[in-house]
Design a protein around this ligand. Structure first.
Ligand code: ADP
Ligand code: G6P
Length: 736
C-alpha cells in the first residue's frame, strides 16, 4: 500500500518567527481544524504553506523551520512575498473566494493574479511530485489548489488523486463569469474523485462541466478521454469526541481551576441567572454575515425591548486575510456597528455586545460554547460551518439552541436547529425570541438527534468515506484499463488481420469515423477520411461497410461516387459496390403520422432541438440544447413515447444526444448479421460509439473484434477514447 499525501494551502500549524525563535500556532478555519484530526491519527504527510514567506526565513533558520513542521507531520512549499500576494491574497481570496460565495461584485479578474496562481499551483504540484510514487494516494484540498490535480496527473498518471472543495461551488450562472473557468474545471478534473460538502455544490459543478466543457455526465460520473471521474458529496464532520470530552472535563473542573474567561462569564451568569448569552463565532469574513447579524440584533432589541439587559451577544471574530481590502473595510464596519449599537443600548450595568477580535485557545472556545445558551451562526454563504457542529457537540447536557443560516452547508444536516434566512431580520428576531423561550425538553429533544448524527458522521468517518470511495474509483478505472485497446492489443489484432483470408469491417460514422457537429448536415467526411476508406476498401479480400443511422440521401451525397458498401437508417437501406440504395428490410412507416406531432411538441418546448426525418425513422436531436434541460426533456420524451408506441413493431433508441423511433425489426445488429451470412469471413471487425452500435456488439459472433468509442458501459470487447484513436487504428489496418 502506498502512502497518503495531504496537500492544502494551510498546514495544521502556522509558523511565526520572533527574535529568531520559531513558534507554531494552530491554524484556524474548517479545513485545517478538520483535517488535523484525520492527519494526527494516520501516517500521512501534509504538504502546505508555512505562513512565512521566503523573505521571512533567514537561511540559517531553514532547518529549524523544517524541524518544526516535521513535528506536525508536515512539509513546506516555499513562497515568496510576491507569490503570496498574487496567489493567496490575489487570485484565491480576491477572485475565487468572493465569486464562489456569490459576492460577484467583490470578485476581481486580474491576469497577473491568475498567472501567479498557475505558477504557485505548479509549485505545490512539484512538491507532491518530489515525494509521490506510483500507488500513492494524494488528497488535494480546496480552492487555492484547483489546478494541482491535473498538474500531478500529467506527470504521474498512475497515482490516485482526490480533490475536496471546502467552499461552495456556485451555480453555473455565477461560475461562467470567470475568465479562466475552463482551466479551473480541467485542473480539478485531473482527479479520480471530486468531493463537495453538499449535493447542491456537486450539482452546480456537474452542470458547469457539462455546459462549459461539453463532457458527458452520467449520474455522477464524468467521462473525460479514457478516464472516468467520480463526483460525490461528503458532508464534513468534526472530531466529535474531542469536543464532547473537552466539554465534560470543563464541567467537572473546580471553580478555581477554570480559565479567567470562564470565571468572568460565571460572574455575569450569577448576577442575573435569567440572562441569556448569544454566541457568534466566525473568521472575520464578509461571507459570514457578521454585519447583518449585528443589524438583526439591533432589530431584535427594538422589536422585543423586554430583553434589554437580559441578553448579551458575544462576538468572537478571528482576524483573517487582513491584506485584502474587503476584509479591512469589514473590520471597520464591524467596529463601528458594535460601537454604535453598544452606544445606543448600553446602560450602567449592561453592555449588549462583547466583541473579541482575536483567535482563542481551544480551552476558551470550549468555555464559550458551554456557557452560551444560544449559538447564532448566520453566514450569508458558507461551504459547511463547522462551528455549528462544534457547539452542539459540547452541549453534553443537551441544552442549548442553535440558530443556523439556511445558506450554510451544515443546514442540510442540521434540520433540528432553528433555520433562518440571514437577510430576513423579522424571521431572525423571531427565531431569537423562540430560542430564548424554548422549553428545556424541546432543546434536549432537538439536540439529542443532532448529537447522534454528528457523533456518527464524524470527521474520521468523513475522511474514511472519501478515501474508500477514492480507492474503489481507482479500482473501477483499473478494471476499465484492461479492456482499453492498448498498442499491444492492437498489435495482436493486426496480426490476425493480416493473416485473415477474408475480412469484414463494419464502421459506424458519427462519433466514430467523424466527430460530432452541431449541424449534422454539415458534418461531412474530410479528405483524410476518404483516403483512408479508399485504401481499406481496395485492400484485397476486404469487405468494408459503413453502417449508420443516417438517412440514405446524405450518404448518397457524401459517399456514392465511391464504391464503399453502406447500410443506412440502422439497416433499412443498403448500397453495395457503388450501386444505388435498395431496401434491405421491408418496413412500414405509417406510424410516423402519430409520432411526429409528439416530437414537434417537444421541439416547440425545447429550444435548440430539432427533428430529423428519415424514410423509416424519426429522430429528435438535442445536441444544441441546454445540456441539463435537454437531458431532462429526452427522459420525458422517452417516457411519453414508450407509453404511446407500446407495440412490438416500434422501438426507441436513446443515442448520443438523440432519441429515435423506428421499426423494431431494424437495427444494426440484425443488418450486420445478415451481411455476415452472405460469405465466409475469418476476421470480423465492428466499431461504433453509441447504443445503436451495441446491437452489432451483441449480435455478431463472439469471435468478432468489437470496439466501442468512449468509455461508457458496453458489450464491446475493447474501447478507444475518441475519433482520433479510431483513425489511428484504421491507419494501422490500412498499412497491412
Ligand atoms: P471557516 O472554515 O470558513 O473558517 P468553519 O466554521 O467551518 O469556518 O471553521 C472554523 C474553525 O475555526 C472551527 O473549527 C473553529 O473551532 C475554529 N475557530 C473559529 N473561531 C475561532 C477562534 N476565535 N479561535 C480559534 N479557533 C476558532
Ligand atoms: C476556509 C477555507 C480554507 C481556509 C480557511 C481559513 O475554511 O475553506 O481553505 O484555510 O477558510 O482561511 P485562511 O485564508 O486563513 O487559510
Amino acid at each position: 500500500m502506498g502512502k497518503t499525501i495531504i496537500i492544502s494551502n494551510r498546514l495544521p500549524v502556522q509558523l511565526q518567527i520572533s527574535n529568531g525563535t520559531i513558534t507554531a500556532i494552530p491554524s484556524v478555519g474548517g479545513l485545517a481544524t478538520g483535517m488535523k484530526s484525520v492527519h494526527s491519527s494516520g501516517d500521512s504527510l501534509w504538504i502546505g504553506w508555512s505562513g512565512l514567506t521566503e523573505e521571512d526565513i533567514a537561511p540559517e533558520l531553514e532547518p529549524k523551520i523544517d524541524e518544526a513542521l516535521a513535528a506536525h507531520g508536515s512539509s513546506k512549499v516555499k513562497l515568496t512575498e510576491k507569490e503570496v500576494d498574487g496567489f493567496y491574497y490575489g487570485f484565491s481570496n480576491r477572485t475565487i473566494w468572493p465569486l464562489f460565495h456569490y459576492f460577484l461584485e467583490y470578485s476581481e479578474f486580474q491576469l497577473d493574479y491568475w498567472n501567479t496562481y498557475k505558477k504557485v499551483n505548479q509549485k505545490f504540484a512539484d512538491a507532491i511530485l518530489a515525494k509521490a510514487e506510483d500507488g500513492d494516494t494524494i488528497w488535494v484540498h480546496d480552492y487555492q489548489l484547483m489546478l494541482v490535480p491535473q498538474m500531478v496527473r500529467k506527470e504521474r498518471p498512475n497515482v490516485s488523486i482526490g480533490f475536496f472543495l471546502h467552499i461552495p461551488f456556485p451555480s453555473f450562472e455565477i461560475f461562467r463569469t470567470l475568465p479562466w473557468r475552463e482551466e479551473l474545471l480541467e485542473g480539478v478534473l485531473g482527479s479520480d474523485l471530486i468531493g463537495f460538502h453538499t449535493y447542491d455544490y456537486e450539482r452546480h459543478f456537474l452542470s458547469s462541466v457539462r455546459r462549459l466543457l461539453g463532457l458527458e455526465v452520467s449520474f455522477n460520473d464524468i467521462s473525460m478521454g479514457d478516464r472516468l471521474i467520480k463526483v460525490d458529496s461528503f458532508p464534513m464532520g468534526i472530531d466529535y469526541k474531542k469536543f464532547s470530552d473537552a466539554a465534560k472535563i470543563h464541567y467537572n473542573r473546580a471553580e478555581d481551576e477554570q480559565s479567567e474567561l470562564q470565571q468572568r462569564l460565571n460572574t455575569h451568569k450569577k448576577t442575573d441567572p435569567e440572562a441569556k448569552f448569544f454566541l457568534s463565532i466566525d473568521r472575520l469574513d464578509y461571507s459570514k454575515g457578521i454585519a447583518k447579524r449585528l443589524n438583526a440584533f439591533e432589530y431584535f432589541l427594538n422589536k422585543y425591548p423586554q430583553y434589554k439587559e437580559k441578553v448579551r451577544l458575544i462576538i468572537l471574530a478571528v482576524p483573517s486575510r487582513s491584506n485584502v481590502p474587503q476584509y479591512q473595510l469589514l473590520k471597520r464596519e464591524i467596529d463601528e456597528l458594535v460601537g454604535r449599537i453598544n452606544g445606543e443600548f448600553s446602560t450602567v450595568s449592561w453592555t449588549p455586545i462583547w466583541y473579541f477580535y482575536r483567535s482563542m485557545p481551544f480551552e476558551n472556545l470550549i468555555d464559550l460554547y458551554t456557557s452560551s445558551d444560544i449559538a447564532w451562526l448566520t453566514p450569508l454563504r458558507d461551504g459547511m460551518n463547522l462551528v455549528a457542529k462544534e457547539y452542539i457537540a459540547t452541549r453534553t447536557d443537551k441544552t442549548g439552541v442553535l440558530i443556523l443560516s439556511e445558506m450554510a452547508g451544515s443546514a442540510n444536516e442540521m434540520n433540528e436547529s432553528l433555520l433562518v434566512n440571514p437577510n430576513n431580520f423579522e424571521q431572525t428576531a423571531d427565531a431569537l425570541h423562540e430560542a430564548i423561550n424554548m422549553p428545556l425538553e424541546e432543546q434536549k429533544a432537538r439536540n439529542a438527534i443532532l448529537q447522534k448524527r454528528l457523533a456518527r458522521y464524524n470527521v474520521e468517518k468523513w475522511a474514511n468515506d472519501f478515501m474508500t470511495s477514492l480507492k474503489s474509483q481507482k479500482e473501477r478505472d483499473a478494471a476499465n484499463v484492461s479492456r482499453k485497446l492498448t498498442d499491444k492489443l492492437l498489435e495482436s489484432i493486426s496480426v490476425k488481420y493480416s493473416k485473415a483470408k477474408k475480412r469484414l469491417l463494419f464502421l459506424d460514422y458519427d462519433g466514430t469515423l467523424a466527430g460530432f457537429h452541431n449541424d449534422p448536415q454539415k458534418a461531412g467526411p474530410d479528405e483524410q477520411l476518404y483516403e483512408l476508406l479508399d485504401i481499406l476498401n481496395e485492400q484485397p479480400n476486404t469487405v468494408l461497410y459503413l453502417i449508420s443511422g443516417r438517412d440514405k440521401d446524405t450518404f448518397t451525397k457524401w459517399f456514392l461516387p465511391k464504391k464503399y458498401n453502406m447500410i443506412v437508417e440502422h439497416g433499412v437501406w443498403i448500397s453495395q459496390n457503388g450501386e444505388p440504395f435498395r431496401m434491405l428490410e421491408n418496413v412500414k412507416n405509417d406510424w410516423m403520422e402519430k409520432v411526429r406531432p409528439v416530437l414537434e411538441s417537444f421541439v416547440d418546448r425545447t429550444p435548440g432541438s430539432f427533428i430529423e426525418e428519415k424514410n423509416y425513422s424519426l429522430a429528435w436531436h438535442y445536441r444544441k440544447t441546454d445540456p441539463d434541460f435537454g437531458s431532462k426533456r429526452a427522459m420525458e420524451l422517452s417516457t411519453t413515447l414508450t407509453s404511446l408506441i407500446g407495440t412490438d413493431d416500434l422501438s426507441l433508441l436513446n443515442g448520443n444526444k438523440v432519441v429515435e423511433v423506428k421499426s423494431s425489426n431494424v437495427n444494426k445488429g440484425r443488418a450486420s448479421v445478415r451481411i455476415l451470412g452472405e460469405d465466409e469471413y475469418d476476421f470480423v471487425f465492428a466499431i461504433g460509439d453509441d447504443w445503436t452500435d451495441e446491437f452489432m456488439f451483441q449480435e455478431l459472433p463472439e469471435s468478432t473484434v468489437t470496439v466501442k468509442v468512449g468509455i461508457q458501459k458496453t458489450a464491446a470487447k475493447y474501447y478507444v477514447e475518441n475519433t482520433q484513436k479510431v483513425r489511428g487504428l484504421l491507419q494501422k489496418f490500412a498499412q497491412l
